[in-house]
Design a protein around this ligand. Structure first.
Ligand code: GLA
Length: 391
């Protein structure tokens, strides 16, 4: 195992596994993610620019001869079990749904899974908007397939996990989180086309760092508001498709076309759509800017993304805005914005490498004195996608 943290996680996981089930488990991991730009575009079949974190969900696994799946969690000190042949499985509304959903989707799509004992651990914080649920799905999916001796196609696994979350768990997310957790490329962000699932890695140059600032705000309303935003986007597509041929998603609409057809949409629906179509355009420009070495332009586009998420899409919150404003005042910050679904969680900041210590100290102090909350601030080192750790 590569470093101290990994050794620590692996040791704890094997010990936990052996206490619960006994035996010599194999270990798999799937990372969480950051997203440089392209927010609320994935479920509109648009573009995103994510990278994997070096923080991950880990799964220890030993196959069983029967069809039972027994699951334990180190962090939650909880266990549950189910049968792969259960004819009418239903979601219960907690973390077990992610595990079970993946097993069901893989089984329904023709994978002959073996029963298994699983223990879950890792170092990815939950609820921080770093995609812990997608990482849990992918790490479990990887472990179940590998333990059953089945081949693993990372894109097929991402799609299965996406379906598990949409169809079994009931969260109508896009595919960004599952895709990057499966297919990330070390040292790079991926420009992902969420319609074709074509992805192009773009190397992050060593003179910049991706800094993550966690507001520590966790809003219950995030998932209900998320589904409302999706519905707004679908309404916009329905109204626009009457006048524009071939429009099946906001991906098919340019900012100029939207402006031309503005009168078709109620004011709020128009602003939601404007965020998405402009964010798609910004994401493509940011990718080109990074490829051309123009980090400053990428930063400016991130700043516009934040303003659009705050004012048009209305998914920011006061603490995210404070975190962004503090960062923007600092030398060496190219750009920053809220990241993920919104209403709390983290900001992503593109920062000159030699200024990161000053950045972290100043933002931490400023945020603490503005809100009374101590934030978590760390550097994202873009890592590889899901895979085996041991053996
Ligand atoms: C959450 C979802 C993603 C994506 C982002 C917003 O992280 O899981 O699919 O929609 O929000 O960009």
């Amino acid at each position: 195992m590569a470093n101290e943290a990994a050794t620590w996680i692996g040791t704890a996981l094997v010990r936990g596994f052996q206490q619960a089930f006994g035996g010599e488990p194999r270990l798999f991991r799937a990372p969480g993610r950051v997203n440089l730009i392209g927010e609320h575009t994935d479920y509109n079949e648009g573009f995103v620019l994510p990278a994997a974190l070096d923080l991950a969900v880990w799964t220890a696994v030993v196959p069983r001869v029967d069809r039972r799946v027994r699951v334990g969690s180190l962090a939650l000190d909880a266990t549950f079990e189910f049968d792969l042949d259960d004819p009418s499985p239903s979601a219960v509304g907690n973390w077990s749904d992610y595990v079970r959903g993946v097993a069901i989707v893989l089984t329904c799509s023709g994978h002959r899974l073996m029963g298994a004992d699983l223990m879950i651990g890792g170092d990815l914080p939950k609820g921080a908007g770093l995609s812990a649920s997608a990482a849990l799905e992918v790490s479990v999916g990887y472990a179940l397939l590998a333990a059953s001796g089945l081949e693993i196609d990372p894109i097929a696994l991402a799609k299965a996990c996406y379906r598990a979350e949409n169809d079994f768990v009931g969260a109508r997310c896009g595919i960004m989180d599952q895709f990057i957790s499966c297919c990330a490329v070390k040292g790079s962000v991926l420009l992902l086309d969420c319609r074709s699932l074509e992805a192009r890695p773009i190397v992050i140059e060593p003179s910049v760092r991706l800094m993550v600032c966690d507001t520590m705000i966790r809003h219950e309303l995030a998932s209900s508001e998320y589904n409302l935003r999706r519905a707004d986007c679908e309404r916009a597509v329905t109204l626009l498709s009457g006048a524009m041929r071939g429009v099946t998603a906001l991906r098919d609409v340019t900012p100029a076309e939207l402006a031309r057809h503005a009168a078709l949409l109620p004011e709020q629906t128009f602003r939601r759509a404007r965020h998405v179509v402009e964010e798609n355009a910004r994401t493509l420009r940011a990718a080109s800017a990074l490829e051309a070495g123009d980090v400053a332009e990428c930063g400016r586009l991130m700043n516009s993304s934040h303003a659009s998420l705050r004012d048009d899409f209305e998914v920011s919150c006061p603490e995210l805005d404070v975190m962004v404003e503090l960062a923007l005042r600092l030398p060496g910050v190219y750009g920053c914005r809220m990241m993920g679904g919104g209403f709390g969680g983290c900001t992503i900041n593109l920062v000159q490498a030699q200024t990161v210590e000053h950045f972290a100290r100043t933002v931490r102090d400023g945020y603490k004195s503005a809100t009374g909350i101590a934030p978590a601030i760390f550097c994202c080192i873009p890592g590889a996608g899901a895979g085996p750790v041991y053996p």
